[in-house]
Design a protein around this ligand. Sequence first.
Ligand code: HEM
Ligand SMILES: *[C@@H]1O[C@H](CO)[C@@H](O)[C@H](O)[C@H]1NC(C)=O
Ligand SMILES: *[C@@H]1O[C@H](CO)[C@@H](O)[C@H](O)[C@H]1NC(C)=O
Ligand SMILES: *[C@@H]1O[C@H](CO)[C@@H](O)[C@H](O)[C@H]1NC(C)=O
Ligand SMILES: *[C@@H]1O[C@H](CO)[C@@H](O)[C@H](O)[C@H]1NC(C)=O
Ligand SMILES: *[C@@H]1O[C@H](CO)[C@@H](O)[C@H](O)[C@H]1NC(C)=O
Ligand SMILES: *[C@@H]1O[C@H](CO)[C@@H](O)[C@H](O)[C@H]1NC(C)=O
Ligand SMILES: *[C@@H]1O[C@H](CO)[C@@H](O)[C@H](O)[C@H]1NC(C)=O
Length: 330
Amino acid sequence: MAPGFSVTRRRWSLAAVFLLLLFQAVCNAQLSETFYSASCPQALALVKAKVDEFITADRGIAGGFLRLHFHDCFVRGCDGSVLLDSTNKTAEKDSAPNLGSIRGLSQIDEVKAVLEAACPGVVSCADIITLVARDATVAIGGPNWSVPLGRRDGLVSSKDEALASLPSPSDNFGQLVRNFAGVGLSVQDLVVLTGGHTIGRSHCAPVLRRLYNFTGVFNSRDPSIDPTFANSLVLQCPQNKASNVIAMDTTNGTFDSVFFNDLLANRGVFTSDATLLSNPFSLAIVNASAQTPSFFLLNFAAAMVRMGNISVLTGSAGEVRRNCSRTNNI
Ligand code: HEM
Ligand SMILES: *[C@@H]1O[C@H](CO)[C@@H](O)[C@H](O)[C@H]1NC(C)=O
Ligand SMILES: *[C@@H]1O[C@H](CO)[C@@H](O)[C@H](O)[C@H]1NC(C)=O
Ligand SMILES: *[C@@H]1O[C@H](CO)[C@@H](O)[C@H](O)[C@H]1NC(C)=O
Ligand SMILES: *[C@@H]1O[C@H](CO)[C@@H](O)[C@H](O)[C@H]1NC(C)=O
Ligand SMILES: *[C@@H]1O[C@H](CO)[C@@H](O)[C@H](O)[C@H]1NC(C)=O
Ligand SMILES: *[C@@H]1O[C@H](CO)[C@@H](O)[C@H](O)[C@H]1NC(C)=O
Ligand SMILES: *[C@@H]1O[C@H](CO)[C@@H](O)[C@H](O)[C@H]1NC(C)=O
């Protein structure tokens, strides 16, 4: 073999390796815990300081932050699409699961303002939502985990997509399993992530049917609810008071495993909670979560990382919004 040929071949293989690496960087970019280490080293500390401030002012907002991340990720992936405004009421915010119940939007804007002042145009709104959900969980006694970063913000937000993609509180086990499988999450993820219902509050609207119209017959009640608990819900949620609020579990100000003890006592608030008792595999995970709090806390943290990885935009996809409520081009 001529020496020149071999040199050419080596050049070609070097070029091929380079192109492969470039291809991987552009098309297969993964999130990374150190994504902002060089571009905005103070980002994580700035987010945490703001979240601690919000929780001190209102412990309940932690629930709002956690749910916001869930609702972002389940619709078009974790791309900040839940934050976009529309002029014609067609954004995710305008859909029934979000309208009137989504919380934490003004606080996300405040965090964004702090980060834009420190590192303009660097930290995405999708990453802010993710960090805020983690910091809020930690601030009220929940587990900590390191957050993979580098999500970019999406350009589209659709009310119809939100309605189609978000699970309903009246869903049964099969519907929930299919919904979670559709975004790559397992039955165990479904159970431990539903454990997010250990904090915060619900309006009465999602429980009125269980209390007053379960079979479509006037005043029919879901017989699976513990009668004492059902009576207390009836007192808190009279038939005409859809906008009253109730606690998600008996210790709704603390991130603990008590939600699962309540659930085993038939004191889950929604059908989607109670239905986790209807399958032997999910019941075993409920049991383990109730009996061994660390099982729940560790698996919740791991499932949050998986949820935060749903269909993320990376590399040059999407953009880093300057204002979380609107895309940069308008
Ligand atoms: C499994 C399917 C799920 C359904 C059907 C569901 C449904 C709901 C509903 C109807 C509410 C009450 C909203 C209101 O009326 O104010 C709620 C609240 C909440 N959800 Fe879920 N959820 C599910 C899973 C999750 C997941 C995966 C998380 C997070 C890991 C989560 C976290 C929360 C939190 C923290 C609240 C309290 C919100 C607040 O205090 O403002 N949920 N959920
Ligand atoms: C707990 O639930 C009650 C409704 O019963 C609500 O007013 C309160 O804000 C909730 N607390 C927290 C910390 O979320
Ligand atoms: C609503 O506005 C968006 C742009 O903001 C547009 O893409 C969409 O087609 C509009 N939808 C309707 C139903 O007018
Ligand atoms: C949470 O974990 C991250 C990553 O390991 C760490 O940097 C951070 O200091 C932890 N937060 C708290 C409050 O311990
Ligand atoms: C009760 O439920 C049935 C369907 O099961 C529905 O058609 C009816 O409108 C509901 N009634 C009330 C008062 O919500
Ligand atoms: C859950 O635990 C209870 C006792 O606490 C037991 O009776 C039941 O069989 C367990 N179920 C599963 C599926 O592990
Ligand atoms: C995140 O998603 C990517 C692409 O689907 C996958 O390769 C990676 O293993 C996922 N990471 C985690 C922590 O789930
Ligand atoms: C962000 O955009 C919204 C409109 O969607 C506007 O009301 C708000 O003032 C803007 N915020 C900043 C800081 O410019």
